[in-house]
Design a protein around this ligand. Structure first.
Ligand code: MD6
Ligand code: FE
Length: 207
């Protein structure tokens, strides 16, 4: 049986199948348009310069980037130097529904995983304010999502995120360690060439 972390991790909300197939398609179209303006870039680990296995872009007033100097939010694309494209209304609506008390999201990080890509256990803590939750949407192939506690060594649980699923990390789970263990190949037909897109919406600055 798959244990459900939402049962015992305060502040984690899991909304399977939040977006139906048609909504997933239209969201994907809008993300494609974003990535045409703001191409996927290859982030690297601060200090070591080791490349992430995930490629990234952003939309909204701010975007999250990682390079040799560190992690940060910035208003422009690191390669084109242009402002990030606007956040699609569907994502603003999602935020409105799942984070109604929070001020508007400022950044939507777009993570693109090819089969084989993963994301190590991390906390989302580059924001200047942790009152607002982080809201995430999965599109394409299914991923194994791992989530634990406030300390890296706390016990973790994992569950699968399918295309259209939404996860919210807020409250006590806002700073929970989490990551992606693996992408399950050929589990979705949404992306023509396979792989997975994850969108994470964040409020960066206090009001
Ligand atoms: C991913 N997600 O699903 C990575 N962060 O590919 C995250 O890192 C994440 O799903 C904060 C809140 C929800 C998330
Ligand atoms: Fe995260």
């Amino acid at each position: 049986m798959q244990t459900n972390p939402k049962d015992d991790i305060q502040g984690l909300i899991y909304r399977p199948e939040y977006f139906q197939r048609d909504a997933q398609k239209s969201l994907l179209e809008q993300i494609r348009a974003v990535v045409e303006q703001a191409p996927l870039f290859q982030p690297v680990m601060p200090k070591t310069g080791k490349p992430f296995s995930v490629k990234m872009s952003n939309c909204g007033p701010l975007g999250w980037v990682s390079d040799i100097d560190g992690y940060r939010y910035q208003p422009t694309h690191p390669v084109t130097r242009l402002p990030w494209p606007d956040m699609p209304d569907m994502l603003l609506d999602l935020w409105q529904e799942l984070a109604p008390a929070a001020p508007a999201p400022e950044a939507c990080l777009i993570n693109f995983y090819e089969p084989g890509a993963r994301m190590g256990l991390h906390q989302d803590r580059d924001e200047r304010n942790f009152d607002a939750p982080v809201v995430s949407v999965s599109l394409g192939d299914t991923a194994t999502f791992r989530v634990g506690g406030l300390k890296r060594k706390d016990p973790t649980k994992s569950f699968r995120l399918q295309s259209g699923d939404v996860v919210v990390l807020g409250g006590e789970a806002r700073l929970a360690f989490h990551g992606i263990d693996r992408i399950l190949k050929d589990t979705s037909t949404l992306l023509k060439n396979g792989g997975r897109i994850n969108l994470t919406l964040r409020r960066v600055n206090p009001v």
